[in-house]
Design a protein around this ligand. Sequence first.
Ligand code: NAP
Length: 257
Amino acid sequence: MESRPVALVTGGAGGIGEACARRLAETHRVVVCDLDAGGTQRVAEAIDGVGITCDVTSEKDVRACIDRIDAEVGSLRAMVNCAGIIQERAFPPETFDQDHWDQVQSVNTRGTWLFCRFAGAKMAALGGGSIVTISSVAGHRSWPTHSYAASKAAVLSLTRGLAAEWGRSGVRVNSISPGFTLTPRLKELIKVRDWDTSTIENQTALGRWVEPEEIAEAAAFLVSDSSRGITGIDIPVDAGWLCGINWLSFGGVPEGR
Ligand code: NAP
């Protein structure tokens, strides 16, 4: 059995999840969980962790994953719930494919709920832990990718509810809302779409995109004892997108002095 505290990172095979798994491996024994079997093993091996292939939408898979961690790895004390689907294109309600809507909800909302449900219950029984969910700036604002935005608003709501549910059991639950983050998948999208990246830069206070490692730093803080007085909140890691976007109505945020 492992002496370091055990942390689980869902969606850990790539992007923000991989960055979180690598960062948390500095302090924890990390279990990487993802649908992508090859990526799961690659990241788990790189950080001397454990890889478990799992579909976050499957109650059976999620239960089995939490049970396996308990039996084979050790007491689960932290979880970062990164598995998610970015709805890549905006569709008007009139033409929105209902299966696509359901798939986004299933991974982002149901998947978050299932992992929080079983991991949180385990942590509460063990006497404490810290859960970090991943929402998005899309959960805070009007957004044309209707299923994605609704799923991320749901994650904010689940986070607040579960924080109150398990607070007296020593389990803290907080979320991070990433802004536009330069993951390998998003970089590919920028290339394929020939996306003008300065559009996003102009919207943020800091004038840039977010790096996956910056989300991982916030996650490391939220699972650490340094945040022991914090629960039920959301930390946007968005390079100031939420505070900068409305300034476009006034000509944009000012240039550096
Ligand atoms: P990513 O690179 O696509 O990583 C997401 C991971 O989740 C992938 O490895 C994916 O596996 C996995 N996954 C998808 N469906 C799954 C399922 N049913 N069961 C288990 N794993 C599953 O995306 P990311 O950009 O790092 O996003 C991570 C989280 O941050 C998501 O919740 C996303 O909504 C959120 N976020 C991202 C941004 C951004 O700009 N990148 C901004 C705001 C919020 P496959 O590769 O096999 O699909």
